[in-house]
Design a protein around this ligand. Sequence first.
Ligand code: FAD
Length: 442
Amino acid sequence: MPGKVKELEADVVVAGSGPGGATVARELSKGGKKVIVCEAGKYFTSLGKFYSAGLMMKKGGLTFSKEGLMLNIGNTVGGQSMVFAASAFQPPSWLKDRYGVDLQQEIDELYKEIPIRPLSDPLLGPGVRLLMETAQTLGMDWKPADKFIRSEKCVPNCGKCSLGCTTGAKWTAREFIDEATQNGADLLPQTKVEKVVTKSGKAAGVEAEGAGGKIVIKADIVILSAGGQGSPIILQQSGLPEAGDGFFVDPVLMVWGIAPKGGNMHDIPLSAGIHLMEDGILLMDVSFPLLLALGLVAYTGTGGLAYLRKAIHHNKLLAVMVKVRDQLYGQVHVDGSISKPIDDAAKQKLNKGVGIAKEILRKIGVKENDIFVNKPLGGHPGGSVRLGDHLDTNCQTKITNCYCVDNSIIPEPWGQPPVVTIAAMAKRLAKHLMADKKPNNR
Ligand SMILES: Cc1cc2nc3c(=O)[nH]c(=O)nc-3n(C[C@H](O)[C@H](O)[C@H](O)COP(=O)(O)OP(=O)(O)OC[C@H]3O[C@@H](n4cnc5c(N)ncnc54)[C@H](O)[C@@H]3O)c2cc1C
């Protein structure tokens, strides 16, 4: 016999608690709106352990596209920001020029509130410095990046950014969720939004599946922030089959070297780098906790004695991340499966980036035989509910009063870390909704 359906009511219901959902929930609750946030994952609290990253990602971090590309899909309160590397990049100028979206005010607010800035000098680890100084001697404009990290709380050599920060140094979207709940919002973890409910063609709430069964939440405003994979699925289940048609990742790989003078695996990841905007290539130092590093080294395809040698030398591993801009070839299907080929243009960019990374490693003195490269991974899945195509400039979907704000709204292939843009877009949406004086439609 089907269980009783639980009914709740709010001004706004948000699906997903990553940077998009958390920011919009924080802003709207601060403005006095009654907000309910539904998050499919748990409020996972066992941070900083070797297993933590896997348990905060969908399928333990092992989601693959139909073509075999490994993808990052978050599944906990805070979304992927719980494991993110905390580098902060401002959006490219084309977002304003081509889409009329000027985020400067919201970005300035975020930089002040979080705050965002480069790491303090003592936190730039030895491997980070070695890569930066060597790249600079080769004439590259390799420099420290802005970070979502409070240097005064950060512990050098901790190396746990990607396992969930335990010192409170790294900002995560969970901070904004916690603020929202202090403002009176309700958080429903382990509650997966299935579809948007409509009344006379307008959003009237959502149907969700919670730990205790089905929940119907009535709300005049629905905001989908379930990530590049999650939001298009909800829209498809709500009668918009075109959502998910077009999808990009930021293809990424690591170029590793066994460095004679020691590596960077204990340094803070993505501390510094160079962004070749025109080419769509980003290079940065990158580091991982031991087991993740060993897993990724295995993902280079080497086994046996060759693998053992690399594993034994894990303290000397020096790694450079190469991230490139993709194309919009890809699809999120309603069953959750994803098609994502990496085309020749992206492969050429990756090859060019690998060439630059190898040049730096060779200059440091890494022997040719000690340089090895990962298979590509798919970072930052998005572009599946795009501004311009699926959304108007205020992020409204084709369902009136149903909005979307997360990595899926980015309208063109990206090629750089997106959290500043997503959080700024969420602030902009909250301002739009707070300013909207339309009478209550319920
Ligand atoms: C290892 C790693 C390092 C990264 N480093 C950086 C970095 O340095 N800088 C940067 O800017 N970005 C970085 N990123 C990317 C960044 O974290 C993501 O792009 C960002 O978190 C996406 O935000 P989002 O709002 O789209 O939601 P997500 O973070 O994707 O979260 C979406 C949430 O929605 C939930 N959800 C899904 N479906 C439903 C549903 N039906 N109902 C309810 N909830 C649902 C999911 O469980 C998830 O928690 C990194 C990512 C990873 C994995």
